[in-house]
Design a binder for this molecule. Structure first.
Ligand code: DC
Length: 217
């Protein structure tokens, strides 16, 4: 049972590809972005600023976050849809930049990945969380392609936003994710880099699945 990591910027198709790859291989999908988003949502609800590291760390230590059948729950509440709200998008990179927040989530992620048979998607999955994972991928795509995907996803959820705003916010989020001191987005050593611009999900999943099978998945 291998450990598979998929990193890359927002909108590169990581979560869709990771979910399908996990399904094909019979592995568990671990969406680490959803963990940071859940903390951002809880902070919004509690009125805690995205820049308030001590209170975010306290909030995180009490956070009753669970994955159940592919949905994420905060206590008894299914928050999977609310995690994609624009208000969460706007602050999540700032929430995720705090070293204490990252350290706590990274250790939870390592516990969840123990034993293998996991597909972990994120920004630092192959660099920090599981640097010795057997199979590492870095998915990327042009900013226009990524913004168009995110815009389509938002419209299908009934969220109205202009494509220009989506592109601008995405570029801001990318630079925060790339520039932060801890767990910055970068290509992991030995990762297979796949540019998904113009590729369909099925093509990308097939390429990744073939690479994983070649390593014994
Ligand atoms: O993959 P996503 O869009 O759901 O991620 C949401 C935010 O969380 C994104 O701005 C980057 C951050 N993130 C992170 O810092 N580290 C991770 N392992 C996953 C996500």
């Amino acid at each position: 049972m291998l450990r598979i990591t998929i990193d890359g910027p927002a909108g590169a198709g990581k979560s869709t590809v990771a979910r399908e790859l996990a399904q094909i291989l019979g592995y568990t999908y671990l969406d680490t972005g959803a963990m940071y988003r859940t903390l951002a949502l809880a902070a919004l609800r509690e009125g805690i600023s995205a820049d308030d590291e001590p209170n975010l760390a306290t909030l995180l230590s009490h956070l009753d976050l669970r994955f159940e059948r592919g949905r994420i729950r905060l206590g008894d509440e299914d928050v999977a849809d609310e995690l994609r709200a624009p208000a969460v998008d706007r602050i999540v990179s700032r929430v995720a930049a705090h070293p204490r927040v990252r350290a706590a989530f990274v250790s939870r992620q390592r516990e969840l990945a123990q034993g293998g048979g996991v597909v972990v998607d994120g920004r630092d999955a192959g660099t920090v969380v599981l640097p010795d994972a057997e199979c590492k991928f870095f998915l990327t795509a042009s900013l226009d392609a990524r913004a168009a995907r995110r815009h389509r996803e938002m419209r299908s959820q009934g969220v109205r936003a202009s494509i220009d705003d989506v592109r601008r916010e995405m570029a801001e989020r990318d630079s925060l994710d790339e520039m932060r001191a801890v767990g910055a987005l970068r290509v992991p050593d030995a990762a297979l880099v796949v540019d998904t611009t113009g590729l369909g999900v099925a093509q990308v999943v097939a390429e990744l699945a073939a690479a994983c099978r070649a390593k014994g998945a």
